[in-house]
Design a protein around this ligand. Structure first.
Ligand code: NAP
Length: 311
């Protein structure tokens, strides 16, 4: 089978297409014939060698995909893989594959794993989001942000989002966000607070904490919570901003999810897909051989949903 292999950590050009033997499932493992691969920011940190936990070299990147079970042909999405998802076949534990409804494309299925489980955990398992609350999704145009907007709206929250391009803003608004602001505008947080009556937000899902966390603390409603989902560096903040609202900053890292957390999140995803209020958005599909280009796109271009590789 064809697969992307990484023999040394480094820039995107270390992602090379190679021929490998098909993996063979044993015990409760399953083999998925991959039709689409979800590209996540964490794949780029691992490839660069800057992530906390690194695989042994060489390795095949990726945890997200969608395809059909080699044995039986059922449509599935993959959330975690033993062999890596940037390949024609992915070996998975049975609990890493989940039913993909017929009305979703494989590319949409590849957009589910990391983004939708992350968004669910951030909103409900960390920040205990409640109907009637206000939420700011700070970075709403990307894979996790759009998922958070969709989950929060379905749970009865009022959602304000941010994006860094006109097309991104339109996309977030089309999901049903009450307002969308441009996070390149230094006044955007003030405007976002005004949009919810100046009270601030009960909840902020923060995708770029190293830029925004200090300011987020000034945009919280009484007993507001910021969930830090993404951060690429350090940030300065004034703890008094947190004290003044009895606010809280909560961390969230997907690998910390328990088996039960994951099961609950995937059940919620199944319900949302079945009932149509979860609709993964695919920005672009590139051939598997162009994995290096995909990694560059992901880090350099404005987000418009999910970038997918097609084997
Ligand atoms: P993505 O699809 O590339 O989206 C990135 C988002 O960040 C886009 O909406 C982008 O908006 C936005 N953004 C850029 N600059 C911003 C700023 N100054 N303020 C607010 N938002 C800004 O990536 P993703 O898959 O959604 O992941 C987002 C982040 O979460 C990444 O850092 C990723 O590593 C992290 N993450 C963490 C976990 C975890 O377990 N904690 C799990 C998944 C992802 P524009 O492009 O429109 O400017």
């Amino acid at each position: 089978m064809r697969a992307i292999r990484v023999h040394e950590f480094g820039d995107p050009d270390v992602l090379r297409l190679e021929e490998l033997p098909e993996p063979r499932p044993v015990d409760d493992e399953v083999l998925v014939r991959v039709q689409a691969v979800g590209v996540n920011p964490v794949d780029t940190y691992v490839r660069a060698g800057t992530y906390g936990k690194l695989p042994a070299l060489p390795y095949t990147p990726g945890s997200d995909a969608a395809g059909v079970l080699h044995d039986g042909g059922a449509r599935v999405y993959v959330a975690g893989s033993l062999s890596g998802s940037y390949a024609e076949y992915a070996l998975c534990r049975r609990d890493q594959v989940h039913a993909l409804p017929d009305q979703l494309s494989f590319a949409q299925g590849a957009a589910l794993g990391v983004p939708y489980v992350t968004a669910y955990r951030a909103l409900f398992q960390r920040a205990s989001a409640l109907p009637g609350e206000t939420a700011l999704v700070h970075g709403a145009s990307g894979g996790v942000g759009l998922a958070a907007v969709q989950f929060a709206l379905a749970a009865g929250l009022t959602v304000v989002g941010t994006a860094g391009s006109d097309a991104g803003s339109e996309l977030v608004a089309a999901q049903g966000a009450a307002n969308v602001f441009d996070h390149r505008d230094p006044q955007h947080l003030h405007a976002a607070c005004e949009a919810v009556g100046g009270r601030g937000f009960d909840l902020i899902v923060e995708l770029v904490a190293n830029v925004n966390l200090g300011d987020d603390l000034t945009a919280l409603a009484p007993r507001g919570r910021v969930v830090v989902v993404g951060s690429r560096g350090t940030v300065e903040l004034d703890p008094r901003d947190l004290m003044s609202t009895d606010g809280a900053v909560l961390g969230m890292l997907l690998p910390n999810a328990t088996t039960q957390d994951l099961a609950v999140a995937h059940t919620a995803i199944a319900t949302g897909l079945r009932d149509g209020w979860l609709r993964p958005v695919v920005s672009r599909e590139l051939p598997l051989a162009e994995a290096a280009r995909a990694h560059r796109h992901l880090m350099e271009r404005p987000a418009l949903g999910k970038l997918v590789l097609v084997p």
